[in-house]
Design a protein around this ligand. Structure first.
Ligand SMILES: [Zn+2]
Length: 432
């Protein structure tokens, strides 16, 4: 059984690596010989930098992936898991605390193993290409805040799930599912109010003319807008973005200061009309509902696997499982191994989720044209954002299928143009 888990981990690694290198080779080929109709429209002088940036990230990601695979194999094969579970089971505290102790140790190992790659990205690649502006002080404070936040939010959730596992046996997953869903809603609600401001400064948009136009746009769409904020994202990097978050009164649009610098007001409004399109087409409640269903299926699967003795035999702790059952520290190790077992499921579910997401991006673009009829601004805004962020303009079709939640830029621009052309060709109502 251990062999199956290891085979799945290696398969996952091999597929991900293959797609990633295929993607890079494809980009190099297309960037060297771009389609002529695009060569004139795009800033081809940035192409060598785009390729070099992607190549640097692909190499770094490959090393990180390899290190991660080795770490997981060492954790599985070294006998660390049974040692850890036995140590925790001997602690003079309740099962829930014992389980939390195992998670803390496993979490610390994974965190420490990921740190070098994060540092190499933030202070290496991202700095070399002029994106990263972060100082060590900000970086360190970010790390401390993230760890505390994970502990404060995560520990009660895990404790709740472990409590249900201890109380209800195999039926734990149903109430635990409810708990996880409530937790997700709670986090989505407090994130823009409490969590994001821990990391960034949110100020009402200073450009008053633009702010009035944003509110006018929201009114036209009947979009209940709580506020328009600018975020000091330039504190960390010059990458730019815009998003909206929150429910009800906390619903707000956040514009990165870097975006305000890079786009014209018309382009910003076109991009925001796209964001409002996601709301208008109910993409967020739909994703939320899908997430709720999916986490229910996932937890039922976990509950089933968690009760299988071979899972514990595979990592050499069947005796402990027989002695105390799948609760507390044993349950945590079981969930950890089950997580590895299910990791290739991501490769299967990813394409479905990404396909839905890409279709929604086209829908939101179409809505942007309906609400704020400036196709040139939308096109220019999208192109400028991609170019400034050195986004991959020519992703391999397989990489799009597996990893891209957004359509390739050129496909998006083509869809916008097709839509505008179709509208021009259609007989207008006045002529009837
Ligand atoms: Zn979008």
């Amino acid at each position: 059984m251990l062999a199956i888990i290891i085979a799945l981990l290696i398969l996952d690694f091999a597929l991900t690596s293959a797609i990633s290198w295929l993607n890079l080779a494809y980009l190099k080929r297309r960037a060297a010989d771009p389609p002529p109709e695009w060569a004139a429209r795009l800033d081809t002088s940035r192409f060598p930098q785009m390729v070099a940036y992607r190549e640097a990230h692909t190499r770094l990601a490959q090393w990180a992936r390899l290190a991660d695979l080795i770490l997981l194999l060492v954790i599985l094969l070294s006998g660390l898991l049974p040692v850890l579970a036995r140590w925790a089971a001997g602690l003079p505290v309740g099962q829930i605390w014992q389980g939390l102790a195992v998670i803390a140790v496993l979490g610390a190992i994974q965190y420490a193993a990921g740190l070098p790659w994060e540092i190499l990205s933030d202070f290496g690649v991202e700095r070399k290409f002029g994106f990263s502006t972060i100082t060590w002080k900000t970086w360190l404070t970010d790390q401390v805040k993230s760890i505390l936040l994970t502990a404060v939010l995560g520990a009660p959730l895990v404790a709740g799930v472990l409590f249900l596992i201890g109380q209800l046996g195999g039926n734990w997953w149903l109430p635990a599912w409810g708990l996880v869903v409530l937790f997700q809603l709670f986090v989505a609600w407090i994130a823009p109010l409490v969590i994001f401001p821990l990391f960034n400064k949110f100020e009402p948009l200073k450009n008053e003319a633009l702010r009035d136009e944003v509110f006018a746009l929201a009114r036209k769409a009947n979009f209940p807008l709580g506020g328009v904020f600018q975020v000091n994202a330039s504190l960390r990097s010059t990458h730019s973005n815009a998003y909206f978050a929150g429910f009800g009164k906390s619903r707000r649009i956040a514009l990165f200061d870097t975006l305000l610098e890079q786009l014209s007001p018309a382009e910003i409004l076109a991009v925001l009309a796209h964001e409002i399109g996601h709301w208008k087409k109910k993409h967020i409640p739909k994703s939320l509902a899908a997430g709720v269903l999916l986490s229910g299926v996932g937890m039922a699967l976990l509950a089933w696997v968690l009760a299988l003795p071979w899972l514990y035999r595979a990592v050499g702790m069947e005796d402990l499982y027989r002695a105390v059952g799948p609760v507390g520290p044993v349950a945590v190790v079981g969930l950890y191994v089950a997580g590895m077992l299910f990791s290739p499921l991501g490769l299967l579910l990813g394409p479905v989720a990404n396909w839905i997401s890409r279709r929604r991006e086209y829908e939101a673009d179409a809505y942007s044209l309906e609400l704020y009829d400036h196709p040139a601004a939308l096109e220019e805004g999208l192109i400028r954002l991609s170019e400034k962020n050195l986004a991959n303009l020519f992703p391999h079709p397989l990489a799009v299928i597996f990893y891209h939640s957004h359509p390739p830029l050129l496909d998006r621009v083509e869809a916008i143009r097709r839509r505008v052309a179709a509208r021009a060709a259609a007989p207008s109502e006045d002529t009837l």
